[in-house]
Design a protein around this ligand. Structure first.
Ligand code: ADP
Ligand code: MG
Length: 378
């Protein structure tokens, strides 16, 4: 239905979209998920023919967006990040105007507009000037404009930004119902939103596709490992030596602890391994008391962070960020990050010297679970 090949967009020497490849199939809801500045709007503007790509190709239902823009655009309804509304028109005037532009046959227009207004719940506002509408209602008018003519593909750029929680739920429900008859692509920087609404998620960061799969499969990535965080009293040398004796450990990160005389460690093991008892007895034997221990499985948020953020930064944010993560929130969480000490110690095992889980870990698994991660690296 939509095919995007090797898409590149450069602004001067800044690459906003960097070799994106993906295919969108009919009748599904797709989510573009990524932090602010990831390249979501740029990609959507190119797909919808509002912006020319630097390189690459977009085909909509077999029509190349550059060679047959009219045919291609006919298949798409688009709600851009800033909806193209005319403030001095009433809702009805605006929708009539939009219907005319979309060449909806005159005799059908009135009935169709009525139906769409009822669908997005703006009928009561039809005679209001758009400039007098609240943000939520303006967004709905923008959405109405995108749905007019029931195009097979509906593309919505951050459709719930700036809405209150009740409006967000309504718009999400509306998107879900649209997904029954249309192919929908929406963008968001909020993970919970995308996993609540979408059949398929494409995570983009720095203009690249870093993962793409169903929310379920992305969640399964979280089943891959367990983490144990502990503050252990003792010298780093001793702690490292003892941890080296525990076979089940896959990866260790060391950090300076806020507790005096302690080392903070984050240990990764396979999901089915629980090393806490062994850790307790071994550390007790070496007279290195564990002052704090916490075990967790990786959440979808953690994976999102690992894939989209500087991998070194993801670790701290992980412990502090609840529920839905927006880019701003995660940045805030990282701001207070304490310095990590890398394992330069000669006793540090090879894996531990990494000081952090490689981001490729998640990516590897995503591509295993099947879908386009090709061109991941140049
Ligand atoms: P997103 O929608 O994911 O937040 P955008 O597609 O808006 O991201 O932007 C991607 C990157 O391209 C950002 O770094 C942004 O600053 C840059 N960018 C977007 N539009 C322009 C432009 N017109 N000129 C220069 N840089 C731009
Ligand atoms: Mg955007």
């Amino acid at each position: 239905m939509i095919e995007v090949k090797n898409l590149v967009k450069r602004y001067g020497d800044h690459t906003a979209v960097n070799r994106l490849n993906f295919t969108v199939e009919e009748g599904q809801i797709y989510g573009f998920l990524g932090p602010n500045g990831a390249g979501k709007s740029t990609t959507m503007n190119i797909i919808t023919g509002y912006l020319a790509a630097t390189e690459g190709e977009v085909t909509i239902n077999g029509h190349n967006i550059l060679e047959e823009p009219e045919e291609a655009k006919k298949c798409i309804g688009y709600l851009p990040e800033i909806p193209p509304l005319y403030m001095d028109m009433t809702v009805l005037e605006y929708l009539k105007f939009a219907a005319e532009l979309k060449k909806i046959p005159k005799e059908k227009r009135e009935k169709h507009i009525k139906e769409i207004m009822s669908l997005v719940k703006i009928t009561d506002m039809k005679n209001r000037l758009i400039k007098n509408l609240s943000k939520g209602y303006r967004q709905r008018v923008g959405l109405a404009q995108a749905i007019l003519g029931y195009p097979p593909i509906i593309i919505l750029d951050e459709p719930t930004v700036g809405l209150d929680p009740k409006q967000i739920i309504e718009i999400r429900d509306l998107i879900k119902s649209l997904g029954k008859k249309h192919t929908v692509i929406l963008s968001s920087h909020i993970l919970s939103e995308v996993s609540a609404v979408c059949d398929y998620v494409m995570i983009i960061a720095n203009g690249r596709l870093v993962a793409s799969d169903t929310p379920d499969n992305l969640s399964k990535l979280t089943l891959g490992s367990n983490t144990v965080e502990a503050s252990i009293k003792g010298t780093r040398n001793t702690v490292v030596k003892i941890l080296n004796q525990i076979e089940e450990i896959q990866n260790i990160k060391y950090k300076d602890s806020e507790l005096p005389g302690c080392v903070d460690v984050t240990i990764t093991t396979a999901k089915d391994k629980d090393i806490r008892e062994e850790l307790f007895y071994k550390m007790a034997g070496a007279r290195c008391p564990i002052l704090h221990i916490n075990s967790s499985t990786m959440s979808l948020e953690d994976i999102f962070l690992q894939l989209t953020e500087n991998p070194g930064k993801a670790e701290k944010a992980k412990t502090e960020t609840p529920q839905a993560i927006s880019a701003e929130e995660s940045e805030a969480a990282q701001a207070g990050e304490s310095e990590k000490v890398s394992g330069e110690d000669e006793n540090v095992p090879e894996e531990a010297a990494e000081d952090e889980m490689p981001p490729e870990k998640g990516m590897e698994k995503v591509s295993v679970s099947g879908k386009p991660n090709e061109e991941g690296e140049q």
